[in-house]
Design a protein around this ligand. Sequence first.
Ligand SMILES: *Cc1c(COP(=O)(O)O)cnc(C)c1O
Length: 388
Amino acid sequence: MTSHPTAPYRLMAPGPVPLPSKVQEILSLPMIHHRTPEFTAILQRCLEGLKPIFQTQKDVFILSSTGSGAMEAALVNTLSPGDEILSICSGKFGERWTKMAQVFGYKVHCLDVPWGKAVDVEKVESYLKANPQVKAVLCQACETSTATTHPIEALARVIRQTQPECLFIVDAITAIGAMPLPMDTWDLDIVVAGSQKAFMLPTGLGFISLSERAWRAQEKSKTPRFYFDLKAEQQANKRGETLFSSSVSLIRALDWVIAEFNHKGLDSFIRRCELLADCTRSSAQSLGLQVYSQAPSSSVTAIQVPDGIDGVALRRHIEEKYAVTFMGGQDQLKGKIVRIGHLGAISNEDVVASIRSLGLALKDLGWPHFNEDQLTQTLNSLKSRLTC
Ligand SMILES: *Cc1c(COP(=O)(O)O)cnc(C)c1O
């Protein structure tokens, strides 16, 4: 793909995302040992620097795993086999967390939400009222597989009002850095993130933070754990180390990303995602396409593939002819949506080129509603909005 003869390759997936050139540069630095004063200083800066990004005063941990490892850490550090939990399930990532929780022997009640819709907060409230034994609620802030957000602040409020000690565990892997999610202000108990989304890094780091309430649950939790033992991780961090070997290259690049967040402000990253998401939605609509989600996210947009067009073929065509990678849908959405990511080092030109490639690919595949003037107009207004 990178050696495409006519066009630069554009990675427009909701993770992994295009890397800033500075990140690529740092990743290629010579290796240093993780037990050196140089690396210890970097690690400590990262551990402190993640707190304002999570908007918490609590410790944030860096795990050498993908985001799913941090999702596992959230469960095994706070729950015990037999515990009842409520999992809000609105797509592939909700399903993954549900299955994971079942593996550890928790009794999982799955609240199925139609794909593309936000969860009904009242349903969560009535379930918790009827089931006061529930120990935790799991939810994606953004269900990346359907590009849909859930009302995390409102959920946190009803959980707290109905059940003071029930944990609210949030998968914020495509939310942190892309949408507001102040952990302490909203009183979230566990927040999980990953490196290959808004953190603009390769896949391989998971991040997690626990509230005071979650640490109380940690003391009682009886699930066996070894690699993801956060109490042990916390003690190691106090010594300036990670519990196991540190992912030196990724953490050095993380140090730069955190400095960027601090320098430009978390808000400016969030606003950038919101802008790109809004531009993508309005461009799609102006081409005569529909946005799939009823609660669209600012980290990824799902566009409905029009009737009569095979979404799998469309995506393959866009990749082969225009060198742009979008994601598709899975299961019931296979061939029905294309997902365009807004995270990472995406330039304005990338956004324009990806909308152009979507329009042209629909023309190539013979979509009867394709209109050349409409595409020109859409691209012109997109360019003027993004001033490029
Ligand atoms: C990417 C992602 C994950 C984590 O996936 P990994 O492949 O383990 O990094 C989890 N939840 C959501 C919502 C995601 O977007």
